[in-house]
Ligand binder design. Structure first.
Ligand code: HAM
Length: 420
């Protein structure tokens, strides 16, 4: 018989990690709901054309797309991110702007799999469509800052930059291309190839021997229009007003092409691997129009769930939620009492567990110990004949007999839970 394992770049998220994932998404939802963002679910695959808008010079589009022809002959692709899907959705449904939505879920990129970089990875993110107010940029960035803070992370650095408007950007790209062309002998063959496709991405080079040429490349700030420069100044002012610390990083170019004006990235300094970006985002004022919608500015970010949890591990924060039951029911009379009592506890909103297969008292007690439950509720033949159960605190070992009718209420009271 063949035996199967997960394919490279994918992982099983086993218990209790999966509960931690869910808690992560729930925490994100609660942070962004406070700012009026509503949940949206966009499809996991779309027409390839939707994702081609991410930029025909980006690796995400040219090398990493999981695309295929479906049985109806449509060329579709698994989503590599969710901003394009959200903008397609806005163009399709034309909701009232501003439209503020959040999402979570898996994305797919055929990347070189390594620690912190997967082919299927999860993100949570927000998109706010319909306003180019720089203070919206600040509010969006502040949400990510708050979320990292709420997770307990203290070693996340915010880098910001402005890529200007599309005219500024293309003038800058021309200047960069010219600069790198005149120093082409100092560039690695990989960077020379990148230069042909997308001069901005050469700034991303981490190769030691070309750092001097990269660091002396022209800066975007010299190419910003007055409007874009003033927009960026207001973003910085707003961040200052909220006491959010940041680094202006003029070398920050994002891996997707739709960005203009504000761009930002969050780096974890606690992560030692090559993959330290835990989130990123920015403005994409032309994307909705590119997807057939009305001219609509937009800004958002996505946070990589897998990688942010690695940062949480590195900082020893955001532990697994407790999976311990409230009650462990031990029944040595055949199991029917455990069946009924567990059900009563659950109906009252208390979590309850038990063993199966008529195990001996000792084995059941051992299982109760191992479960970490707060109380054991024990029913043996003596208890059953008297219509009582022994309620044992697993914390201090104290035990008392309680009538079967009141055992649920009794345990609930002990746990400080109100039941109706
Ligand atoms: P991105 O920078 O491509 O932006 O991804 C955002 C985050 O997703 C990254 O910082 C990283 O934490 C995580 N991530 C990306 N690729 C992988 C991978 N292969 N394995 C693990 N984690 C990964 C976007 O996706 C944009 N849609 C963000 C955005 C929203 N911009 C505007 N709105």
């Amino acid at each position: 018989m063949p035996s199967f394992q997960t394919t490279p770049g994918t992982r099983d998220i086993l218990p209790p990690d999966a509960a931690r994932w869910r808690a992560f998404v729930e925490k994100f939802a609660s942070v962004v709901s406070l700012a009026g963002f509503q949940h949206i679910v966009v499809p996991m695959f779309e027409d390839l054309g939707v994702f081609q808008r991410l930029g025909d010079a980006t690796d995400v589009v040219t090398k990493e797309m999981y695309d295929f022809i479906d049985k109806g002959g449509r060329h579709v692709a698994l989503r590599p991110e969710q901003t394009a899907g959200v903008c397609r959705s806005f163009a399709q449904h034309r909701p009232t702007a501003p439209w503020k939505v959040w999402y979570g879920g898996p994305n797919f990129r055929y990347e070189r799999a390594q620690h912190g970089r997967y082919r299927q990875f999860d993100q949570v993110g927000v998109e706010a469509l319909g306003s180019d107010d720089p203070l919206l940029d600040v509010e969006v960035i502040a949400l990510a800052v708050d979320f990292f803070h709420d997770l307990g992370l203290r070693n996340v650095v915010l880098n910001i930059n402005s890529l200007g408007d599309s005219g500024d950007r293309s003038r800058y790209v021309d200047a960069l291309a010219q600069y790198f062309q005149s120093h082409i002998e100092k560039l690695s063959p990989e960077s020379v190839a990148t230069l042909q496709r997308n001069p901005l991405r050469v700034l991303d080079s981490k190769r030691e021997n070309e750092q001097s040429v990269v660091s002396q490349a022209p800066s975007i700030s010299g190419y910003l229009s007055d409007e874009a420069a003033s927009h960026f100044a207001q973003v910085k002012q707003g961040l200052d007003a909220l006491g959010i610390t940041y680094v202006v990083n003029e070398r920050l170019v994002r891996g997707l092409d739709y960005y203009c004006r504000t761009t930002f990235e969050f780096q974890s300094t606690a992560l030692e691997s090559a993959q330290t970006a835990v989130g990123g985002g920015g403005r994409y004022d032309g994307l909705v129009e590119d997807l057939g919608g009305p001219a609509t500015p937009g800004i958002g970010f996505a946070i990589g769930l897998d990688r942010t949890l690695l940062a949480c591990d590195a900082e020893n924060v955001f532990a697994h939620p407790s999976t311990q039951a409230d009650v462990f029911v031990i029944d040595t009379t055949g199991g029917m009492q455990a069946l009924q009592l567990c059900q009563q506890f659950r109906n009252a909103g208390l979590s309850s567990e038990r063993t199966y297969g008529a195990r001996a008292m000792k084995a059941q007690m051992k299982a109760a110990d191992k479960s970490g439950a707060s109380f054991a509720v024990i029913i043996g033949t003596d208890e059953l004949s008297q219509g009582v159960a022994t309620v044992k605190s697993m914390v201090d070992g104290n035990q008392e007999e309680i009538s079967l009718e009141s055992v649920v209420r009794h345990v609930a009271t002990q746990l400080g839970k109100v039941i109706s």
